[in-house]
Design a protein around this ligand. Structure first.
Ligand SMILES: NC(=O)c1ccc[n+]([C@@H]2O[C@H](COP(=O)([O-])OP(=O)(O)OC[C@H]3O[C@@H](n4cnc5c(N)ncnc54)[C@H](O)[C@@H]3O)[C@@H](O)[C@H]2O)c1
Length: 333
């Protein structure tokens, strides 16, 4: 059945992927984004089939116009990209908290009864249990570390959505993505960062010689990466069938070390890797891997391994030097 959706943050990496899928599946979609980090090029091919509103998620009038007449809002706008958590923590919190409240108010005013909200695995930081289920405590380990502006603001957004959402909504659902990767995902994450550095080293290193990548930390930290197509199918499942006042992890429980990711990326260039350890940033999580039993019970599972998903993404970053930011890349995620 065709439905009317608003996707906030819809020119961003994950928002645009969802918009593309919803349109392919025959739904009517409106997008709200101020293009702070998003780019309409991600909606290439469907420009004529969506309604794009350029506006700020903290602007009540812009948000009220954007929610008008839709049946479900998928709220994904945020300041994402780890370097910004350290460099612009006030903006991270402002967009998250004012944005969340503005979306709730607008939905109530326009009688939109369904709201799906993007949180993050960073809301629980360093969990006691790995793989991590949805019911572990959410924590801010050090209130003075700007890094936690992001995880803390996601924690607060979950609180706001689930508690304000108890009234006036038929369905309020939270999802927590776990390290999604794909082409055109921005540059402020480890997969793009390593891909760009390996591509640059490949250009200046004699054929047959190994490539050197230096890491932040010793590379022993683990993450679980999910390919964007898998993620988008998982998100579409949560949007369609997630239950009222529930939280769902969306990820691929294939736990790998950061060192292993670096090696896989270098292998894409047909070379061996020399991995160098460096100083670790303050406040990094040592292990992260989601338990996805809850979303699997809705009928979805990831299908693409890191080994299969990574090469095309690395090549995309190698082949688009014109899109690389001039500034230094930020901390890894
Ligand atoms: N990519 C991941 O692996 C990941 C992991 C955990 C959580 N998330 C969450 O999923 C959502 C989407 O992430 P993404 O990777 O697509 O990030 P992204 O940065 O590509 O997308 C976020 C979008 O929000 C927009 N935005 C920022 N400030 C805004 C404002 N004031 N008004 C309107 N729009 C604004 C940006 O322009 C951007 O298009 C975010 O809420 C993010 O926190 C992503």
């Amino acid at each position: 059945m065709s439905r009317r959706y608003l996707v906030t943050g819809g020119t961003g990496f994950l928002g645009a992927a969802l918009v593309q899928k919803l349109v392919r599946d025959g739904h009517s979609v409106r997008v709200l984004d101020n293009n702070w980090r998003g780019n309409p090029r991600r909606l290439a091919g469907i420009e004529d089939r969506i309604e794009l509103h350029v506006g700020d998620i903290r602007d009540p009038q812009a948000v009220r116009r954007a929610v008008d007449g839709v049946e479900c809002v998928v709220h994904m706008s945020a300041i994402n990209g780890t370097r910004y958590f350290y460099e612009q923590p006030e903006l991270v919190i402002d967009v998250a908290i004012r944005g969340m409240l503005t979306v709730i108010d607008a939905c109530r005013d326009a009688r939109v009864r369904e709201l799906v909200v993007a949180s993050s695995s960073e809301a629980y930081q360093s969990p006691m249990q790995v793989p991590t289920p949805e019911n572990v405590p959410l924590v801010v380990p050090d209130i003075r570390n700007p890094r936690y502006s992001y995880g803390g603001s996601k924690l607060a957004s979950e609180l706001i959505a689930l508690n304000y959402g108890r009234t006036d909504f038929d369905r309020v659902v939270i999802f927590r993505p776990h390290n999604v990767y794909g082409a055109d995902m921005g540059f402020e994450h480890i997969v793009p960062e390593f891909s760009v550095r390996a591509a640059e080293a490949d250009l200046v290193t004699k054929p047959g010689l190994p490539l050197t990548l230096s890491l932040k930390g010793d590379g022993g930290q683990t993450r679980a990466f999910i390919y964007v197509d898998d993620f988008t199918d998982g998100l579409a499942t949560v949007v369609a069938r997630g239950e009222h006042l529930n939280v769902y992890h969306i990820g691929n429980p294939e736990e790998v070390t950061i060192r292993c990711v670096a090696e896989l990326i270098v292998e894409t260039f047909g070379r061996q890797a020399i991995i160098e350890a460096g100083p670790a940033p303050l406040g990094e999580t040592q292990r992260r891997c989601p338990d996805i039993g809850k979303v699997q019970a809705l009928g979805w599972s990831p299908r693409i391994s890191l080994q299969d998903g990574l090469p095309s993404v690395v090549r995309w970053y190698r082949d688009h030097p014109e899109l690389r930011p001039l500034r230094d890349s930020g901390e890894s995620k």
